[in-house]
Design a protein around this ligand. Structure first.
Ligand code: DGJ
Length: 739
């Protein structure tokens, strides 16, 4: 047993209670805090100077293990004092700190020195709150820690409070800093652009700072707030990985820094670029939450932990599924965008809905074009009344028909935007983000409403609430099609206007939370011209996301591969669209397109008015096959067997249901060369002793494949693909079911 340890938090779940020790301990003698969860131990303590210092983060240590001060405070000559080499949990910028600070403050008298020391702590469920205070001034920082007992994923954030008599300006505020000892590491992060999101970018960590960030006011397509650091020997399925994800949908920054002595620090939170948050006496600033975890099983193990954590702890539940441990798999949707773009009307949408219902679709979603004077992207945003030329009787006849066809109804909105050509802008030009007297840069002919303002927040909440009260709408596709420019907020004094970076996102979250409270069965998708606003902040309030406007089924394989490093396939919407594809003119079979989209949460976004009876029949059969195994695909354990990255000719994924009773495999060929066929597929995660029956999903014969074989056979011998599985843009899928 742990001697001298005060057990400050115990298990709440009966299932876990027998298997796990208590989650949080504080050793009063050594002043070491220890958090245990899943296969992970995290430890930090109060060092001789009174600072909070990280000690250990990695595989679970025995309860009997005392945690020594393994990381001494070291200095390196007179140029790197121990202030800069000590891995502080949350360092103020002061004393001799040259590495990234967690907190930087300017006081009213011009003092900018901040040195945070341990003050006190309070235990909370599965964690601890630790209070730090400046050595002289009344700046208090409460660090919040919790650990998930299942996955060992830690949640950290900070509350900064000014108890001085005068205001202070917070110029930089991280949610947390994570530290790793000197070693060889590889950094992984996700980069991209519109229609090309989710590129896994890998590079060896070198001395200096790698900055991953968004300065755009929202999460961004260009970089996503996720990282994974592999130890030197780590690969997709083996070796140590430390990973994290920042839960913030505004401008953010994560710095990954290898210091002078090769130690690594990852610091993340509000982006300090153009940041300045004035804290008046007694005011507080809450940072976002920075989640992080540890896996001994490579990048694959890291993403499986994150997926499970997201499913169990982050994603919202509707009232109908409030008590379920995970959200229900997403309905298969039909979306009108690529079929009709802005040319929506009652008759046209009903015609599409009838076709969609015949396919077995669960939800019909009408996209852009139904409101205001919206004929194209030049007008209408902000005017959220139903366009009476397109829908002379309102939305009711369409919604009633969709219901009669056995589907529920979803609608597109873009609440935070305004076209200058709109009644809203003519009435409230001051509502757009702007610096008075300066030009207002338009993108897609639209401006960003300043959601930080109370009146704008009330307007947006009001029209959405009215829309949901007046129409039987099950789902909102919430779009956001540009980034910020000229982020002025002239209602506030000049020194306080940068508060917009925090308040905008807080109001976005509060609107989403309030809508969900008032309409507890409505579901919401976060879309931002594709994957521009996907993060663990927005995923607390939204049920799914749109990963990319690029729906090309081959491009999607890489997009979906990258997406799953950070986010669960449950939220990854994937539509089947038309061929040749509008973006890169690639021609692919319907079967290939369907199987590509079936890797995630399936949707149909094609112009199904043009589909042949044979195509309708194929899609109907595959939607039915998908419905049967969807929980395994979107909530099972994901193994990326063969990556489509780096020009690979082949790719394959496998998901295994939690009870190991079912598994689903997708395999894709880009183009075979020189007669070389698909590699033998050795499956993972099955139960060796269980017998599994093989069933093809797309229906192609696979000569030589056993009808039934043990888990050991599928994992060790593996599956040889049929020799005919060759050519360009080919796909197969199959399921294994416990006999
Ligand atoms: C961007 C989205 O990503 C698309 O799916 C579509 O909804 C358009 N906006 C509509 O303007």
């Amino acid at each position: 047993m742990l001697k001298n340890f005060l057990i400050v938090a115990t298990l709440s779940g009966a299932v876990m209670a027998s298997a796990q020790p208590a989650a949080a301990h504080f050793d009063t003698q050594s002043k070491v805090f220890r958090l245990d969860g899943g296969g992970t131990t995290y430890a930090f303590g109060v060092n001789a100077r009174g600072e909070l210092q990280q000690i250990y983060w990695g595989g679970h240590l025995a309860e009997t293990d005392a945690i020594p001060w393994a990381v001494p405070m070291r200095a390196w000559a007179s140029f790197d004092s121990s202030h800069t080499t000590t891995p502080e949990e949350y360092a103020g910028w002061g004393a001799g700190l040259f590495v990234e600070p967690a907190l930087k403050i300017t006081f009213a008298d011009g003092n900018r020195d901040l040195v945070l020391h341990y003050e006190s702590h309070t235990t909370i469920a599965n964690g601890v709150d630790v209070v730090l205070k400046d050595i002289e001034r009344k700046i208090y920082v409460t660090l919040h820690y919790t650990i998930d007992l299942q996955t060992g994923i830690l949640a950290r954030s900070a509350t900064i409070e000014n108890r001085e008599a005068a205001p202070v300006t917070v110029e930089q505020a991280a949610a947390a800093a994570w530290a790793l000892p000197p070693a060889h590491y590889t950094l992984n992060y996700l980069t991209g652009r519109w229609a090309g999101e989710w590129n896994l970018t890998e590079e060896p960590l070198r001395p200096g700072v790698r900055v991953i960030e968004s300065r755009r006011g929202s999460t961004s397509h260009q970089a996503n707030p996720w990282f994974a650091i592999q130890s030197g020997e780590s690969s997709e399925e083996h070796g140590e990985v430390w990973f994290g994800a920042l839960a913030w949908s505004g401008s953010w920054r994560i710095t990954v820094e290898q210091d002078q002595l090769d130690a690594v620090r990852v610091t993340g939170g509000f982006n300090p670029f153009d940041f300045g948050y004035v804290l008046h006496p007694r005011e507080r600033l809450e940072t976002p939450v920075f989640y992080a975890g540890y896996s001994p099983d490579g990048l694959g193990g890291a993403s499986r932990l994150l997926h499970s954590f997201e499913l169990h702890n982050v994603l919202p539940r509707t009232a109908a599924t409030a008590s379920a441990s995970t959200p229900k798999p997403r309905p298969v949707i039909y979306n009108s965008w690529e079929a009709t773009e802005f040319n929506v009307d009652e008759a046209g949408q009903i015609a599409l809905a009838e076709k969609a219902a015949a396919l077995g679709v669960d939800r019909f979603v009408m996209d852009d074009g139904w409101f205001g004077q919206r004929k194209n992207d030049h007008a209408g945003l902000g005017d959220w009344y139903v366009n009476s030329q397109k829908f002379p009787h309102g939305l009711k006849p369409l919604i009633d028909r969709v219901h009669a066809l056995g589907m529920d109804f979803g609608l597109w909105v873009e609440p935070e935007m305004v076209n200058p050509d709109s009644d809203l802008y003519r009435k409230h030009p001051d509502w757009a983000l702007n610096f008075p007297g300066r030009p207002r840069s338009e993108e897609r002919n639209q401006l960003v409403l300043n959601l930080a303002r109370d009146d704008v927040r009330d307007y947006v909440l009001g029209f959405l609430d009215k829309l949901l009260n007046e129409n039987d709408i099950a789902f909102l596709k919430w779009d956001y099609n540009r980034n910020w420019s000229e982020p002025g907020w002239d209602q506030l004094p000049a020194a306080e206007q940068k508060k917009v970076y925090v308040q905008f996102t807080r109001n976005l979250y509060s609107i989403l939370a309030e809508l969900r409270r008032k309409h507890p069965n409505v579901e919401i998708e976060s879309c931002s011209g594709g994957g521009g606003r996907v993060d663990l902040g927005i995923l607390r309030y939204t049920d799914e996301v749109w990963p990319s406007d690029n729906t090309d089924p081959f491009d999607r394989l890489t997009i979906q591969d990258g997406f799953t490093y950070a986010y669960t396939p449950q939220v990854m919407m994937a539509w089947v669209t038309d061929s040749p594809h509008w973006m890169n003119k690639r021609t692919t079979s319907l079967s290939y397109r369907m199987l590509s989209s079936m890797q995630g949460s399936l949707g149909i976004g094609a112009n199904i008015n043009h589909w042949t009876p044979e195509e309708m029949a194929l899609a109907k059969r595959l939607i039915a096959a998908y419905h049967e195994v969807q929980p395994t695909i979107v909530q099972g354990e994901l193994y990326r067997l063969i990556s489509p990255r780096n020009g690979s000719e082949f790719s394959a994924t496998q998901t295994v249901r939690a009870d190991k009773g079912q598994s689903v495999v997708f395999a894709f060929i880009h183009s075979t060369q020189e007669g070389r066929g698909f590699p033998i597929l050795k499956l993972k995660g099955l139960d060796s002793a269980t017998q599994y029956a093989f069933t093809s999903i797309e229906g192609k014969a696979k000569p030589g494949t056993p009808a039934v074989a043990s888990g050991a056979w599928w994992m060790n011998h593996g599956l040889e693909m049929d020799d005919a599985f060759r050519g360009d843009f080919q796909a197969v899928a199959f399921r294994l079911d416990r006999k």
